[in-house]
Design a binder for this molecule. Structure first.
Ligand SMILES: NC(=O)c1ccc[n+]([C@@H]2O[C@H](COP(=O)([O-])OP(=O)(O)OC[C@H]3O[C@@H](n4cnc5c(N)ncnc54)[C@H](O)[C@@H]3O)[C@@H](O)[C@H]2O)c1
Length: 244
């Protein structure tokens, strides 16, 4: 790995939005470090990307595993961008949600993002960027209490880090995707998928590349003087579902 290119770490890069982001950041000239808990499809997708580029590497680890995260970040020659994208999700009616559900989701979606960001900030220099992936769901949604809470947490983390890291010249922003066609979305029942699509002003599901493009804006070295912001990419749903 040469250190002439800017280096971006993307978590949850094995598939979905993280994979699309990896591809977009490679196009933008970054060396991309793909991180995912699940070795497959991470390995297979990384192998395919490596056939066309020597600017990509992959590491199977959990974002909540502090020693593994510290080991990886400490091994990089530089770190310019962190995309905190890894998360878990499931549907569950409020009455049926358990404390364990909350703890599991908090552990990955909030603590994991915090661990990644804290280790990253130790080595980041002025001008570095952190992009946290939240969700439009932080505003409201049925049957998602642990997920919505964790994504509201991602926004809180973004805003607090933006303040704390601003004096060091590190910019921290968030993306709030709406419905995006990935395995996460496909894990819902077909009925639930249709119910959610019906609430979209566009009546469409977004694509992972739509989110990757927004992430690329915050990740770009040309995007300066913006921090603590949330960019919502949701086909207009956040304008207010009651009028549709
Ligand atoms: N798909 C949507 O509709 C949607 C909507 C709003 C927000 N989001 C957010 O976008 C991000 C990406 O979602 P996606 O749809 O691509 O999901 P996905 O489930 O397809 O991919 C998530 C990836 O994260 C990985 N991961 C899970 N736990 C991990 C851990 N502990 N350490 C490292 N990697 C881990 C998974 O193995 C998986 O490869 C998530 O933060 C999600 O909450 C997605």
């Amino acid at each position: 790995m040469g250190n002439e290119k800017e280096i971006a770490v993307v978590t949850g890069a094995g598939r979905g939005i993280g994979l699309a982001t990896t591809k977009r950041l490679l196009e933008d000239g970054f060396h991309v470090v793909m991180v995912d808990l699940n070795p497959e499809p991470l390995g297979a997708n990384a192998a395919e990307l490596k056939m066309a580029s020597n600017s990509v590497e992959h590491h199977a680890l959990s974002v909540a595993d502090r020693p593994a995260v510290a080991g990886l970040i400490g091994s990089l020659p530089r770190l310019d961008v962190l995309v905190n994208n890894a998360a878990i999700f499931w549907d569950g009616k409020f009455d049926a949600v358990t404390e364990d559900d909350f703890r599991k989701m908090y552990e990955i979606n909030v603590i994991g993002a915090f661990v990644m960001a804290q280790e990253a900030a130790k080595v980041m220099k002025r001008g570095a960027r952190i992009v946290n992936i939240a969700s439009r769901a932080y505003l409201a949604g049925y049957a998602h209490a642990p997920y919505i809470t964790s994504k509201a947490g991602a926004i809180g983390l973004t805003r607090s880090m933006a303040i704390d890291l601003a004096p060091r010249g590190i910019f921290v922003n968030a993306i709030a995707p709406g419905l995006i066609e990935t395995e996460m979305f496909r894990s819902l029942t077909p009925e639930r998928q249709q119910e959610l699509i019906a609430k979209q002003p566009t009546k469409e599901v977004g694509q992972p590349e739509d989110i990757a493009n927004g992430i690329a804006f915050f990740a770009s070295p040309r995007t300066r003087n913006v921090t603590g912001q949330v960019l919502t990419l949701d086909g207009g749903r956040s304008m207010g579902i009651s009028i549709y």
